[in-house]
Ligand binder design. Sequence first.
Ligand code: AN0
Ligand code: CP
Length: 318
Amino acid sequence: MKKFTCVQDIGNLKSALAEAFEIKNDRFKYVEMGRNKTLMMIFFNSSLRTRLSTHKAAMNLGMNVMVLDINQGAWKLETERGVIMDGDKPEHILEAIPVMGCYCDIIGVRSFARFEDREYDYQEVIINQFIQYSGRPVFSMEAATRHPLQSFADLITIEEYKKKPRPKVVLSWAPHPRPLPQAVPNSFAEWMNATDYEFVITHPEGYELAPEFVGNARVEYDQMKAFEGADFIYAKNWAAYSGDTYGQILSKDRDWTVSDRQMAVTNQAYFMHCLPVRRNMIVTDEVIESQQSIVIPEAANREISATVVLKRLLEGLE
Ligand code: AN0
Ligand code: CP
């Protein structure tokens, strides 16, 4: 594998899952593979899980690891070409990226949507610059439009917990005080659409995701109706995508907070969230603390998805 930014990069999901379970069974099986290879993780945004699970995955493979938080200790980076750099940014990303590439074998990048310009965000300018100019295999640790390491871990988790071959999986919008990217729901939808599960998306009107991510999913504006008979509830907030509302908060309606009221109409569904989660905005204390909540095993599977991805990137090195 030469890069990992979307579901297509992982190829056949059945073989990716088989590899994930093989690694989960013996996570140090390939500890010799990364010997004298260096992973560099570049963060433009905060992280707990991605930072720790990807670092752990690299250690499972015997790799060396370097981590750089761009906003804490590195030079502020100019990202636009053609700018006269007389402001507060001393370095251009077009030098910074190839320099980073000199010191490592594989690069992971976290760079969220900025919500200034939809076209700019959806062109994935930052991660594509890393792909183009680093000279190294690049993987996404959440870019502007997708979070594939999360979605792969989510898929592993559903495969572990499902009680029927084709579970009903519901992605539900939930309220949040700040505008959040569409990367997690886009990516989750992209991965769910690549399975044969029954997949439903529910959100208030105005929160439609980009059509290329919705794909063949059923969109249901009535949350209670969407939850009926569900086997998995995947909650997430996102800001509006459509037209001139892009990046805006259109609703903070706490009727959409996942509570026992909605869970009662499901098929004893498991509750999932990528974390971090705001309690009593996205989900009530009762639901996230219930037997049905699998948010911790879901987070644990981030180590597994990252180990598979790094292993495949190592195998692809020349
Ligand atoms: C981020 C988001 O919604 O994309 C990261 C989630 C993994 N969440 C926050 O910024 C709270
Ligand atoms: N789920 C996830 O990616 O968490 P972090 O933002 O803490 O890395």
